[in-house]
Write a protein that binds this ligand. Sequence first.
Ligand code: AMP
Ligand code: MG
Length: 489
Amino acid sequence: MRTLEELTFDNTYARLPDVFYERVQPTPFPSPRLVSFNPAAAELIDLDLNEVARNDFAEYFSGARLLQGSDPIAMLYSGHQFGHYVSQLGDGRAILLGEIRNQKGETWDLHLKGAGLTRFSRDGDGRAVLRSTIREYLCGEAMHGLGIPTTRSLCITSGDETVYRESSESGAMLVRMAPSHVRFGSFEVFFYRRQHENLKILADHIIQQHFPHATEAENPYARLLHDVAIRTGHMIAQWQVVGWSHGVMNTDNMSILGLTLDYGPYGFMEQFNPEFICNHSDHQGRYSFQNQPDVGYWNIRALAHALSPLLEQTHVDGAPEIYEQAFTERYSELMNAKLGLTEQHAQDDALRKGFLNLMHSSRADYTNAFRSLRDFHQDSPNDNATIRDQFIHRDAFDDWAERYRERLQDEKSEDEKRKIWMDSTNPKYVLRNHLAQKAIEQAEEHQDYSEIDRLLNLLTDPFTDQPGMDAYANPATADSTPIVVSCSS
Ligand code: AMP
Ligand code: MG
């Protein structure tokens, strides 16, 4: 375990040509203080957990001091936003402090979000508000707890600085970590600028750092694209099965490593509705829940197009299908696992849709309806009343339950065994908006950060019943304040 002084940087991205980034120092805010710290992420960089007690800890993660070896840069990228190409985006408020190499030889980007103005800030102020920082911090770890590839969250700092959005709010900074923050848009920028040499340098860099096996392929870039298509398909399948919407699936928010990246107006669905739109600014519903798999396809096509100078046309054309196949296979597998089915049968799609339709027509809670299926009895339908009571159309449930029972019998499923397994495929706790909101309100109004830590702990282990925490599995009540979340806060 290492002290802050002992962390070792190996800033591979900052050694790329200057055009890839702007060298820029974070802008600190007055009186920095620590809001929350996540030991699980600290362990990934071998950081000694006692270091958090240091008086100067918050200073290092709020731009007031730099860690030795840090070489801060804002990364250049562009991207397709809501279907339209925007030629220059880049880190407008996040700064890559550097890459830490841990004792296992892995590198982790330390990314400070809300760190102040950069060349890419456009009209923004370079800041992040405490509210959105808490949401990103918690969701990164919640997704990790669910087994979904994601950026990780190290800590949040705040200080005496007010940030203006619709009203004035507390400013904050988030330290997030990932093996790389390179996005589809990092490639697109060089393609559309016709800087094909830089495109190649970036692709070579990513292959060398993260896809070394691709160097053995006949065309390493084709292999890279193939692997990214598969990772992206798997990731989006995982989003769909937990009922999660990203909200802003622009190509600048799509990680080249297939990680869930840039948590903004995301949402876990409560009442199941395939048309769920979590982003208040998404008026057309481009990024609605049910559209996410197709947007993934669109985004992979955009990436393939950006990489086309390095590829043959067949690779470019084939990538979306590779994505689609990876998505479909993983989705079917994971959805069946949620139903407690170990095998894949031809009619399973209809069975899965049947359950989703039941939920939809009854506006049942997505997470809880799936979790309740653990108690399904094959032989005594009367004992299924608790599950049945969640649905308005009882006859429709009975029909579905009969098909489900037959399907379970087909694979000789045993109720007791299945129940144990289904507890690992259907989470009890997800980061419902109202849960995050409570943590945010306590933080904003009372500088009480305990609820953030409580949620962090809970969501690290979302599949296990945790004593005294049942209320955290409840959906928002009708009288909860509606929570509006939109882009870039
Ligand atoms: P996002 O919607 O958060 O993915 O951001 C899209 C683009 O806007 C990225 O280039 C961000 O860096 C930039 N951006 C978002 N918010 C701000 C802000 N407050 N200040 C500067 N740039 C921002
Ligand atoms: Mg973004």
